[in-house]
Write a protein that binds this ligand. Structure first.
Ligand SMILES: CSCCC(=O)C(=O)COP(=O)(O)O
Ligand SMILES: [Mg+2]
Length: 230
C-alpha cells in the first residue's frame, strides 16, 4: 500500500516553461550582481563559489570568470549543486519582492492537499536546492503548500538518475520501498527509483502518451486513480 508520495517538480508539479522561461532567466539576470555583492560578505556564497572554481578549473579569486561559468551552466541546464544553491539564493530575492510566484499546476495543487488530508506523507525530490523547493511551494500561485510536505531532498542525496539516491532517501525515511510512489516526467528517473524498489508514475502532461509497461498519467487526478486501486 502506498503511504508516501515523493514528487519531482519541473514537468511534474510545475510547468517546464516556468522553470526555463521564468526562473532560469531571472537567475541569469540577477546572479551577476548577487555574486558581486555577496562573494566577500556571505560565507554561504563564498562556499558555493569555491566549489564552482574547483569544478570548472577557474581561479577562485576571479569573480567575473566564475560568473561566466555559472551563466554557461544555466544555459546548459547543468544540475550542479553549487549552481542550484546559488540560484535558490537569487530566487529568494524574487519571491520575497513579489517578482516571482511559484507555478503549480491546479491539479497538482488540488491533489497534494487531498493526499495530505488523507494521511499520505508528501516529500519532494528535485535537482533544485531545498531552499528553491521551499520557495516555489511557499510562494505559489495556489498559496502556501509547505505545510503539506514532510520533507525535501535535493541532489545532496545523489543524482536523480541514480538508484543509490533513492536508496538514500528510503534510508532517511525508514519506510518500505514499495510503500513509496515516485512521480516524475523523466523516464530515467523513474527507472532509477524502480531499481531501488519504489513504485512510480510517469507524468506526461503534453504530447503523445508513450507506449510503455509503466504507469503513465496526464495529471495528478490520474495518479489518484492509481492510488485508489493499490
Ligand atoms: C525547485 S524549482 C527549480 C527547479 C530546478 O532548478 C531544476 O533544475 C529542475 O529540476 P527537477 O529535478 O525538478 O526536474
Ligand atoms: Mg522533472
Amino acid at each position: 500500500m502506498i503511504r508516501v508520495i515523493l514528487t519531482d517538480i519541473e514537468g511534474t508539479t510545475s510547468s517546464i516553461s516556468f522553470v526555463h522561461e521564468v526562473l532560469f532567466p531571472y537567475a541569469s539576470e540577477h546572479l551577476p550582481a548577487f555574486v558581486r555583492a555577496h562573494h566577500h560578505t556571505t560565507p554561504a556564497v563564498a562556499e558555493q563559489l569555491a566549489i564552482v572554481a574547483q569544478k570548472s578549473g577557474v581561479d577562485s579569486k576571479d569573480v567575473e570568470a566564475l560568473i561566466e561559468v555559472l551563466q554557461g551552466w544555466i544555459s546548459e541546464d547543468r544540475k550542479e549543486g553549487s549552481l542550484k544553491a546559488l540560484q535558490g539564493m537569487v530566487w529568494e530575492q524574487g519571491y520575497h519582492s513579489g517578482e516571482l510566484k511559484g507555478d503549480i499546476y491546479p491539479d497538482a495543487a488540488d491533489y497534494l492537499q487531498r493526499w495530505h488530508d488523507r494521511g499520505l506523507r508528501l516529500f519532494v525530490y528535485s535537482s533544485g536546492s531545498v531552499k528553491a523547493q521551499k520557495l516555489i511551494f511557499g510562494h505559489s500561485n495556489e498559496g502556501d503548500f509547505t505545510p503539506f510536505f514532510s520533507g525535501y531532498f535535493d541532489t545532496g542525496v545523489g543524482g536523480k538518475k541514480e538508484a543509490q539516491s533513492y536508496r538514500n532517501i528510503l534510508d532517511e525515511l525508514g519506510v518500505e520501498p514499495g510503500s513509496v510512489l515516485f512521480l516524475s516526467d523523466v523516464e530515467a528517473e523513474l527507472e532509477a527509483a524502480e531499481q531501488a524498489g519504489m513504485k512510480t508514475a510517469w507524468l506526461v502532461r503534453e504530447g503523445e502518451l508513450p507506449d510503455t509497461g509503466r504507469f503513465v498519467a496526464r495529471d495528478f487526478a490520474e495518479v489518484d486513480a492509481l492510488l485508489r486501486k493499490r
